[in-house]
Design a protein around this ligand. Structure first.
Ligand code: SF4
Ligand code: SF4
Length: 281
C-alpha cells in the first residue's frame, strides 16, 4: 500500500508511476519487497527494479540479515526506519542516508507499529520524487480508499509527523558486503530471441512452442493495424505480445492472425503509435 500511495502521489503531481509488490512467504511479518518506479515520461519497463535510485528499509533488523543495497546506484540513497542518526547506519557503502523513527511515530499516532505510511513522509523529505502534500493525498487516496477516510487521514498525519522528524546525512560503509549475484537479467540485458524455445515436459508443452497448439486468433474482436512508416523497429511490441505472434522480417513486422487474440498490448506499448487496434475486415 505504501508503494502504491507513493505512486499515486507521483501521479497526482503530473508524473508517471508504477508500483507492485513481490511476496516471498505470504504471511504477516515475513520480509517482503515492493517497488515503485516514477518518471516524467511514460514507463514501459515492467520488471522489478534491479538498480534502484533509492531504497527504503522499513525494518532495520533486515540490514543484518540481507544486503539491502543490492543494485543500489552509487549516487543513490537509503531511507531507514531507525532511532539512529544517519552517520550511525552502515550499509557497506558510503551513502546519503535519511533516518526516521517511523515505529515510534506510528505507535504514537496510529497506536500500532505499522510504519508504511510514516516512512512515506521520510521519502518526501529526503528525495525530490514527491512532495509531502502529494504523499498526503496519495495516502488518503490509497489507504483511505481501502480502509476508510478516517484511516486515510490518520495515516497522512503519521506521514507528516515523520516528514518533520526525518534527519538527512551521510553514512560511511565499513562492513564488508557479501557479493550477491543478480538472479535474472533485465529485459534490456536480454538479447531478442533469448526466450526459451519449445520444450516437451510431463505437463505438456511449455515455452514459445506451446502456443502453437492453441490457435487463440478466434478470440479477438479487434486486431492490430500496423503502420510500417511509423515503426522504428524498437521491438517493444515484440517483447510485450503474450502470444508471440509478432514476427520480424528484414525491415518490418508481421502479425500472425491465427494466434493474435486482440489483447491490444502491442498497441498500448508501442511508443510511436505505429499500431492501432481496429475491427478486422
Ligand atoms: S493484439 Fe495482443 S496478441 Fe495480437 S499481436 Fe498485439 S499483443 Fe500480440
Ligand atoms: S513497438 Fe511500435 S515502433 Fe516498436 S517495433 Fe513495435 S510497432 Fe514498431
Amino acid at each position: 500500500m505504501a508503494a502504491q500511495a507513493l505512486a499515486s502521489a507521483a501521479f497526482e503531481e503530473g508524473g508517471y508511476a508504477v508500483a507492485f509488490p513481490f511476496f516471498g512467504s505470504e504471511r504477516r511479518g515475513a520480509p517482503v519487497l515492493a517497488f515503485t518506479r516514477i518518471d516524467k515520461n511514460p514507463i514501459r519497463v515492467k520488471t522489478q527494479v534491479y538498480e534502484p535510485d533509492c531504497i527504503v528499509v522499513l525494518d532495520e533488523g533486515l540490514i543484518e540479515q540481507i544486503d539491502v543495497t543490492v543494485g543500489l546506484k552509487k549516487d543513490g540513497m537509503a531511507i531507514v526506519n531507525t532511532a539512529k542518526r544517519p552517520e550511525e547506519i552502515d550499509l557497506g557503502m558510503d551513502l546519503k542516508v535519511a533516518t526516521v523513527d517511523a515505529t515510534t511515530v506510528a505507535l504514537e499516532i496510529l497506536k500500532r507499529p505499522v510504519t508504511n505510511s510514516a516512512i512515506l513522509g521520510a521519502i518526501a523529505k529526503a528525495s525530490d520524487a514527491v512532495s509531502i502534500e502529494g504523499i498526503e493525498k496519495g495516502i488518503i487516496s490509497i489507504f483511505g480508499g481501502r480502509l476508510g477516510e478516517k484511516v486515510g487521514l490518520i495515516n497522512a498525519k503519521a506521514a507528516r509527523a515523520a516528514y518533520d522528524q526525518t534527519v538527512i546525512g551521510q553514512s560511511k560503509g565499513k562492513i564488508k558486503k557479501k557479493g550477491v549475484e543478480k538472479w535474472m537479467p533485465t529485459v534490456q540485458e536480454m538479447l531478442p530471441g533469448a526466450a526459451i524455445g519449445e520444450q516437451d515436459t510431463p505437463f505438456g508443452k511449455v515455452g514459445m512452442g506451446s502456443m502453437v497448439e492453441n490457435k487463440t486468433g478466434s478470440w479477438k474482436v479487434f486486431q492490430p493495424k500496423y503502420d510500417k512508416e511509423k515503426c522504428t523497429m524498437c521491438l517493444t511490441c515484440w517483447w510485450a505480445c503474450p502470444e508471440g505472434c509478432i514476427y520480424r522480417t528484414k525491415d518490418k513486422l508481421e502479425f500472425d492472425m491465427s494466434y493474435c487474440k486482440g489483447c491490444g498490448i502491442c498497441a498500448n506499448e508501442c511508443p510511436v503509435d505505429a499500431i492501432a487496434m481496429g475491427r478486422g475486415e
